[in-house]
Design a protein around this ligand. Structure first.
Ligand SMILES: [Zn+2]
Length: 80
């Protein structure tokens, strides 16, 4: 028996230790955040949350996971 996501109906695996998260919705949100950052590269998490309706904690998690880069104040690219 597995949980069903209330947002998209996708089954959520129950072995998730950090609370049930729906990969399908996470992927959707991740794409939205990524697209938003692409057109608004100087946004902070608060602005992204306001514009996309995605919770700040989720946005920060996507960014922390390393797949997204937010405001980069230091534009130097060492090693290049
Ligand atoms: Zn879902």
């Amino acid at each position: 028996m597995s949980q069903i996501c209330s947002q998209c109906g996708h089954p959520i695996p129950l072995h998730e230790s950090s609370g049930p998260t729906c990969m399908q919705c996470e992927l959707d949100e991740y794409r939205i955040v990524r697209n938003y950052l692409r057109s608004h590269p100087n946004s902070n998490a608060m602005q992204i949350a306001n514009a996309t309706g995605i919770s700040i904690s989720n946005i920060l998690r996507y960014i922390k996971s390393g797949s997204l880069t937010m405001v980069d104040n230091d534009r130097r690219r060492p090693g290049r």
